[in-house]
Design a protein around this ligand. Structure first.
Ligand SMILES: *[C@@H]1O[C@H](CO)[C@@H](O)[C@H](O)[C@H]1NC(C)=O
Ligand SMILES: *[C@@H]1O[C@H](CO)[C@@H](O)[C@H](O)[C@H]1NC(C)=O
Ligand SMILES: *[C@@H]1O[C@H](CO)[C@@H](O)[C@H](O)[C@H]1NC(C)=O
Ligand SMILES: *[C@@H]1O[C@H](CO)[C@@H](O)[C@H](O)[C@H]1NC(C)=O
Length: 657
């Protein structure tokens, strides 16, 4: 009897052993590695064993670092064996030659230790796909490119233009060596590296310079110790065929619909290589002023994912968690049709399997179930448990206690005199001559204003303008969609408005908001300096050349150290700051700010820019991950451009629109 029990136990234990391999134990038994990812034949192999890549996208710069590990555990618990991330150049090199990999102590620095993220992926039993760009699209400001590139008015981004490739090379030579030893063949998690991003969509036609650019990226990776077998490009095969490809480099497909056709074309383009969907779009992103929040039906999501698996294709679900584009870091799409420019809000929920705050959505369970049915290693690898969802809370509303008027705010900003007309924000001599990247720029002058003067701005404002005469706002907030064609909006060209003075010299101020640079569009859409610069400003037909220019960057550290607050006594009816504090007892929890009763602006929590709010939506809330809060007193500051709401209101449920 005892023997029978022992032998039963032994059997159970050995079954247990059989069932309990991690992905690394299966693919690199005893740490022995002979080969990396190989994409020859019908299936990928990793270390000479067949592998179907089950990957999900997680941008470490969109999820608070304190939540990285828990999020990676959620990925692994779904059965995924891989996590994919882009790398944002604009965060890692905020000023030319100054790099931030978590070391600069600036607002986003805590998000930027990419080495820690890559190592953590391995600790959580995931392989990693690296997409370093340098252009990443991603609904991210300028597609990840740093704004200081635009100090060169002849800049040709994403091409073999010396003024572009030199900075790329310098950036890559700083980024890539840090991760080279984290390639799978050297014992790390990186199994594949992407060259550029949907480049086939960027080219108008086959141009030699463009191939030179792709080859330059490939060679720069190789020179930094990366293995060429890892490289791939990603495009829509249906729309751009192999235009974004490079001889010998694996092509992968991006799509949401028309999946069969895309995979058929990909198979025709490279019949002897495995299929991979590098971006299977699990949902979609939002644009400001769109009528509703974008979603993708879970049943349609399931059907296409199953089709992908039936084709024996590998997949990266873009996004598996979208997260948040904090601060001024969301992007904008350029459109061939009206209204030509469509900026994105801060939430990047994406209707993904994990919500912006990391909660399990229906698609999570759909993906988990399908992976378990199609994973050839089902029954061999471990099934770690799903981490619990984090508790969300709704803190009591908090009153506005102080405000700071526009002149007090503006007087504390860097200022410059221009005698040659208005200047783009990127050209301002701030940030050690790297120019201003984000926020607002204020142009102010003294001018003789009649009782009916005509203010005319040639070409466009980039992107929205508010006009003040002697400190009084004379433009209206956005009212309806046709406004974007008019004065003060990006789609209005050569627009004028009447302003009323008293036949005397008055202060004329134009505050221009950068609503974020385009991340997707044709080449000329990447010429995107911000502010007033395309043409002169004329008052009653006369060009105004003399301006005081104020750089209102709204960096969190500056916003919290301003002086000149006054007790709140109602709306100041101009752009202004409003401040309140609230106390937290015990461990802080995730929450949202509901800004639907405010008009338009940005909001800071303890000096961290959560992002933009705009009563037009679709989103009305801003996500606050708990690590941005602290036990004790917390400070909220809003920069409101028009009319503040009655108080700061919290909610435990996002309003995405
Ligand atoms: C791993 O190492 C153990 C102990 O050293 C050995 O018994 C086993 O055969 C090795 N497995 C493989 C696949 O190399
Ligand atoms: C980044 O993470 C690595 C690995 O965890 C660590 O050694 C390094 O000190 C971190 N860098 C910074 C700037 O915190
Ligand atoms: C997928 O792989 C399986 C197992 O190797 C094979 O039997 C099947 O024919 C493949 N399906 C397709 C569509 O290639
Ligand atoms: C103000 O000037 C504009 C443009 O010259 C003109 O169309 C308008 O009638 C004027 N308004 C008044 C009240 O004079």
């Amino acid at each position: 009897m005892a023997n029978a029990i022992t032998s039963l136990l032994v059997t159970l234990l050995s079954l247990q052993v059989c069932n309990s391999l991690t992905y690394y134990e299966y693919y690199a038994p005893n740490g022995t590695i002979d080969a990396g990812l190989v994409a020859e034949g019908p299936s990928f192999t990793l270390n000479n064993k067949d592998i179907t890549i089950f990957s999900g996208a997680l941008h470490y710069f969109r999820v608070h670092p304190d939540h990285w590990r828990e999020t990676l555990k959620k990925f692994r618990a779904a059965g995924l064996n891989t996590v994919e991330t882009y790398v944002p150049w604009n965060l890692h090199e905020p000023r030319q030659g100054v790099f931030d990999f978590g070391n600069l102590g600036e607002e986003m620095s805590a998000f930027l230790n990419i080495t820690a993220f890559v190592q953590m992926a391995q600790e959580e039993d995931l392989f990693l796909i690296l997409r370093p760009g340098p252009y990443i699209c991603a609904e991210w400001e300028f597609g990840g490119l740093p704004s200081w590139l635009l100090r060169d008015y002849s800049m040709q981004v994403r091409s073999y233009y010396d003024g572009f490739i030199q900075p790329v090379q310098n950036y890559f030579n700083n980024l890539l060596p840090q991760l080279a030893n984290l390639q799978f063949t050297r014992g790390g998690p990186i199994i594949a590296v992407q060259i550029e991003n949907e480049y086939g969509n960027f080219q108008y036609a086959e141009q030699p310079a463009d191939k030179l650019y792709l080859e330059f990226l490939r060679d720069t990776l190789t020179a930094n110790g990366y293995e060429e077998s890892l490289y791939f490009t990603s495009d829509s095969p249906r729309l751009s065929g192999d235009r974004g490809g490079l001889a010998g480099v694996l092509m992968t497909a991006n799509f949401q619909d028309n999946g069969e056709e895309n995979l058929d074309i990909l198979k025709q383009l490279q019949p002897d290589r495995p299929l991979m969907v590098m971006e299977y779009w699990t949902g979609w992103f939002d644009h400001w002023l769109a009528p509703i929040h974008s979603t993708q039906d879970p049943n349609a999501f399931a059907a296409t994912l199953e089709m992908i698996f039936q084709r024996n294709s590998s997949v990266n679900m873009y996004m598996f968690i979208g997260g948040t584009s904090f601060g001024f870091l969301s992007g904008a799409n350029s459109l061939d049709i009206w209204p030509h420019y469509a900026p994105q809000p801060s939430t990047y929920d994406y209707d993904a399997p994990l919500s912006e705050a990391g909660d399990y959505a229906e698609k999570y369970y759909i993906a988990k179930d399908l992976i378990s049915r199609y994973n050839p290693l089902e029954g061999i690898v471990t099934h770690p448990p799903q981490p619990a969802e984090r508790t969300k809370t709704s803190y009591p509303s908090c009153a506005v206690v102080d405000s700071m008027d526009f002149p007090t705010l503006v007087s504390q900003q860097s200022s410059f005199e221009s005698l040659g007309g208005p200047v783009a924000m990127e050209l301002l001599p701030v940030n050690n001559n790297n120019g201003q990247s984000y926020g607002y720029v204020i142009y102010s002058t003294q001018a003789f204003i009649t009782t009916n003067s005509t203010l005319f701005i040639r070409e466009h404002v980039r992107d929205m303008a508010q006009v003040l005469v002697d400190g009084v706002v004379v433009t209206s907030p956005y009212g309806d969609y046709l406004d974007v064609n008019g004065f003060g909006f990006w789609n209005g060209r050569d627009q004028s408005m009447q302003i009323a003075g008293s036949d005397a010299v008055a202060e004329l101020t134009i505050m221009v908001e950068n609503l974020n640079r385009v991340n997707f569009g044709k080449p000329h859409k990447f010429e995107q300096n911000k502010g007033l610069w395309e043409g002169p400003v004329l008052l009653d037909g006369v060009e105004i050349n003399q301006w005081m220019i104020y750089s209102l960057e709204l960096k969190g550290s500056q916003v919290t150290s301003l002086s000149g607050w006054a007790p709140y006594a109602g709306s100041l009816n101009t752009p202004a700051l409003y401040r309140g504090t609230f106390d937290i007892t015990g461990t802080p929890l995730d929450t949202w700010l509901d800004m639907s009763t405010w008009n338009k602006g940005v909001v800071f929590i303890n000096g961290f820019n959560l992002g933009r709010y705009w009563s037009e939506g679709p989103p009305r809330t801003l996500y606050i991950p708990a690590p941005l809060l602290k036990e004790g007193t917390n400070e909220i500051i809003a920069f409101e451009q028009y009319t503040p709401g009655p108080e700061f209101i919290f909610t435990d449920t996002p309003i995405l629109g």
